[in-house]
Design a protein around this ligand. Structure first.
Ligand code: NAP
Length: 247
């Protein structure tokens, strides 16, 4: 399923998305590398992917709008011939006490973390149905939607929405051979958690049974499992958190 297929990985200029795009390229997929503003970083991912012998395209767009999502899917169809794999990964973090939550911030978090997943799935599924291919969607959620984080109501709600969205979309498209699953990572070492001071990290690590943060590459391998090996699995959320949820 991965080799020779076309994969869109949103938010793949850096962090988890970058690791996913490069892992899929290593396994033989052509990739659409997406970014919001860091075009240089996305170009570097494209060059690395092409050096692995696959085709790669960079698209810069704001996925918080349907136009931005449509642009990515159109470029994938025009340049690679269609979409087989969609990894909805682009996201932003947000921390604010509820009493000082600004409406525009709430809307931005929901647009970037949840609406973009709808928009991307809408246009990718339409292409998969048109071409009658057994496509695969992987949505990156977060364990924050299950364990919570003080100040993280908007972020956690957006990620809880991703889980519910995954279940419903899986039901909707299963009969067409399209599978939809999610991954809920715990703490993964990227810029998204780069704001954490070392003493804060030192307090979190002992609460992780595996006593470390995860890596983007570990998330990428789980994506490859869902795409390639989990052929009878749909509507599920795979938890990848070093054991936090069993503690
Ligand atoms: P990151 O390092 O902050 O990277 C975010 C990526 O999303 C970048 O490629 C960024 O593009 C892109 N992006 C942000 N807003 C966008 C928008 N409006 N339109 C298009 N692209 C946009 O984040 P990460 O840690 O890799 O996180 C990736 C996903 O995993 C997110 O959904 C996050 O919620 C989830 N997650 C992360 C963790 C963690 O601990 N890191 C844990 C659980 C879940 P630019 O580079 O151009 O800005």
């Amino acid at each position: 399923m991965i080799k020779g297929s076309n994969a869109i990985v949103t938010g793949s200029s850096r962090g988890i998305g970058r690791a996913i795009a490069l892992h899929l390229a290593r396994r033989g997929a052509n990739v659409v590398v997406c970014c919001l503003s860091r075009v240089d970083a996305a170009e570097e991912v494209r060059e690395r992917a092409e050096a692995m012998g696959v085709r790669a395209v960079v698209v810069q767009s704001d996925l918080a709008t349907e136009e931005g999502a449509r642009l990515v899917v159109e470029r994938c169809v025009e340049e690679l011939g269609g979409v087989d794999i969609l990894v909805n990964n682009a996201g932003m973090s947000h921390l604010s006490p509820i009493q000082s939550m600004e409406d525009r911030d709430l809307e931005r978090v929901l647009r970037v973390n949840l609406f973009s997943y709808f928009y991307m799935a809408k246009h990718c599924v339409a292409d998969m149905l048109r071409r009658r291919v057994p496509g695969c969607v992987v949505n990156i959620s977060s364990i924050m939607s299950m364990i919570g984080l003080a100040g993280g109501t908007a972020y956690a709600a957006s990620k809880g929405g991703v889980t519910a969205f995954t279940v419903c979309l899986a039901r909707e498209v299963a009969r067409h051979g399209i599978r939809v699953n999610a991954i809920a990572p715990g703490y993964i070492e990227t810029e998204m958690i780069g704001w954490m001071p070392e003493d804060y990290k030192a307090k979190i690590i002992p609460r992780i049974p595996m006593r470390r943060f995860g890596t983007g590459e570990e998330v990428a391998r789980a994506v490859a499992f869902l795409v390639e090996d989990a052929t009878y699995m749909t509507g599920q959320t795979l938890i990848l958190d070093g054991g936090i949820m069993i503690d």
